[in-house]
Design a protein around this ligand. Structure first.
Ligand SMILES: [Zn+2]
Ligand SMILES: [Zn+2]
Length: 597
């Protein structure tokens, strides 16, 4: 039914408008078979809707008791029988009024409600064996085509996503064209659970959450290393490209937002504070305050582009139920920038931004893809402005040789934008960076100007852009992408020096001190524990390098080098470890190279 009109009317959150690709058709057909199996096992249950979703499908059932894991196993078994019976999916058209009566007689009140919301005079039903569902289709020809599926979980879900409606029981499943694809997907699910950044953040002492600050992390020393290294990387890149860093206040008077236009649309999302009878807010974004820096003096066409970067500490009043680890927070730090330029400079600036983005993500082994969103129905500014800006974005993408998707009509009301997605190590897609052209919002509302060649004041174009997006979310994504095993330049501890016994503690300490002097983040583990225990502990902490020190090593000025993967690289001179590790860290190399050559 994801492909049917009624689901499109429902528009439940998290649900995709599903097209009739082979995979979506297969998944949706599997949801029918699941509903058939549920009805066979629980005849009193009423069926609601069962769309295909990303990676799978679900079906909602009106059932008093939740489904247990044992129930799901039984449902799966009956589904296998239905598949084995190889029943045909048969389409049948019926006048709408007749269909209403048909489902009413069967007590399927959700189908009746859906039908009453449809205007078409005729609707289609699909039957396989003894199960009939209201559905636009399409479906696979026979149940025998469903070869690789698995039921995953069940949970409560309100009818039509509305908490005033009855609570239904939803079963989620996944289905693929081959068993191999299914196995791979299930592996990814397992791996994603293991990599959950909330779990790893706690285990690796990176960050934690406490009930006194919902949606805001406490950064632990290890996590703070990540923040600082990411900031350092960002600042190096921006300094080399003519950015100037600014910082604007976190608490700002409401009149600023009234002027910028955000008060009207965004005030429910802002935290408000009363100070001396005046209303202030914690800023949810950095754009309006950044314009004060631009406007301090008269700007000439010669001054542009002006690139102001800001590590903007922002707050948004997200509902507590939506907060999720570092990926959905109330307090976050954007790697923000506002670039003021002349319209004729737009294309070059976007092109160099795209180049920067590519280089940036390459450092983290993340593969970017691009989506260009164009003029929406409701927009501010002139058609010429929009056409010019859109042409500049197309040209910039092409000049960089980048393939991109088009999202017609999805731009902001004040300008077109390029959203950048990355794919992580588990092939999951995340939207991170945005390059947003602003033709009117900051320029007009905040009255920004420059004096053009003709001596007349003109409005600049502004680019809003963030590349990490926010430090919080990016670190959450990186933690899962690397499964906590960060490249050495990011690793909170880069090396652990381990004497095999107390006898060699002095030598180990001297190695540790040499590493520290070279500004390598080293730890000395001279605890009174077995060597094997200490090596395993360093591996669990995902420390890239272990430098084991014994008698022979002390004599020869070497260490016995191990990688966290378990690779034993044998004796390596301390001098070489120092030189190679220093080089690896400076190059922000993403693989462990020391001792390999
Ligand atoms: Zn269907
Ligand atoms: Zn902005």
């Amino acid at each position: 039914m994801a492909v049917s009109e009624e689901d499109r009317h429902l528009r439940l959150t998290g649900e995709f408008d599903c097209d009739a690709t082979p995979l979506a058709t297969l998944r949706h057909s599997t949801s029918h078979v699941m509903a058939q199996a549920v009805k066979r096992l629980f005849p009193e249950v009423k069926v609601a809707i069962g769309p295909a979703i990303e990676d799978g499908f679900y079906y909602d059932f009106d059932k008093r008791e939740p489904f247990t894991p044992e129930d799901l196993a039984r449902v799966e078994k009956v589904m296998a029988e239905i598949v084995k019976a190889d029943l045909p999916f048969e389409r049948q058209e019926m006048p709408r009024a007749e269909a209403v009566e048909f489902f009413r007689q069967r007590g399927e009140r959700y189908k009746v409600e859906i039908l009453e919301g449809i205007e078409a005079p005729t609707v289609s039903l699909y039957r396989q064996g003894d199960f009939i569902d209201l559905c636009r289709g399409p479906h696979v020809a026979r149940t025998g085509e469903l070869k690789a599926f698995k039921l995953l979980s069940s949970s409560g879900a309100y009818w039509r996503g509305d908490e005033h409606n009855p609570m239904l029981q939803r079963i989620y499943g996944t289905a693929w064209l081959t068993q191999e694809e299914l196995d791979k997907y299930l592996w990814r699910l397992e791996e994603a659970k293991k990599r959950d950044h909330r779990k790893l953040g706690r285990e690796l002492d990176l960050f934690d959450f406490y009930d006194v600050a919902p949606g805001a992390p406490f950064w632990l020393p290890g996590g703070m290393i990540l923040v600082r290294e990411l900031e350092k990387f960002a600042r190096e890149q921006l300094d080399a490209r003519g950015y100037q860093e600014i910082a604007t206040p976190i608490m700002l008077h409401r009149k600023l937002w009234e002027r910028s236009g955000h008060w009207e649309y965004f005030q429910d999302n802002m935290f408000k504070l009363e100070v001396e009878d005046e209303l202030f807010t914690l800023k949810p974004m950095n754009c309006p305050p950044s314009s004060y820096v631009y406007k301090r003096t008269v700007r000439s066409y010669r001054d542009l582009p002006l690139r102001y970067s800001e590590m903007g500490r922002d707050h948004r009043n997200e509902r507590s139920g939506t907060l999720t680890g570092l990926v959905r927070v109330r307090q976050f730090t954007q790697d923000d920038a506002h670039i003021y330029l002349r319209p004729d400079q737009l294309q070059d600036e976007i092109a160099s931004l795209l180049e920067l983005v590519r280089l940036w993500y390459k450092t983290f082994d993340l593969a970017p893809s691009y989506k260009l969103s164009t003029r929406p129905e409701k927009y501010l500014g002139t058609l010429e402005q929009w056409d010019g800006a859109e042409a500049a974005l197309h040209q910039a993408l092409r000049s960089q040789g980048l393939a991109y998707d088009l999202n017609p009509g999805d731009g902001a009301f004040y300008g077109p934008k390029i959203d950048i997605y990355v794919e992580d190590a588990l092939a999951r897609s995340w939207q991170i960076a945005t390059i947003q052209v602003d033709l009117t919002m900051l320029p007009e509302r905040m009255e920004c100007e420059y004096i053009d060649t003709d001596g007349q004041p003109k409005r600049p174009v502004v680019i809003h852009r963030a590349i990490y997006g926010s430090y919080e979310r990016f670190i959450g994504i990186l933690t899962e992408h690397y499964a906590g095993a960060f490249p050495s330049w990011l690793a909170p501890v880069q090396a652990r020096v381990i004497p095999i016994s107390e006898k060699f503690a002095d030598y180990a300490r001297s190695v540790h001190e040499r590493l520290r002097a070279a500004r390598i983040r080293s730890e000395l583990d001279d605890r009174n524990e077995k060597l094997g225990y200490r090596i395993r502990d360093a591996q669990l902490r995902k420390v890239p390098y272990m430098l084991v020190c014994g008698g022979r090593e002390a004599e020869q000025g070497t260490v016995s080098l191990r990688h966290r993967s378990g690779d034993d690289l044998g004796a390596v001179p301390v001098d070489r470890v120092l030189a190679d590790l220093t080089r690896e860290i400076a190059a922000r190399d993403s693989s462990l190279t020391v001792g390999r050559s």
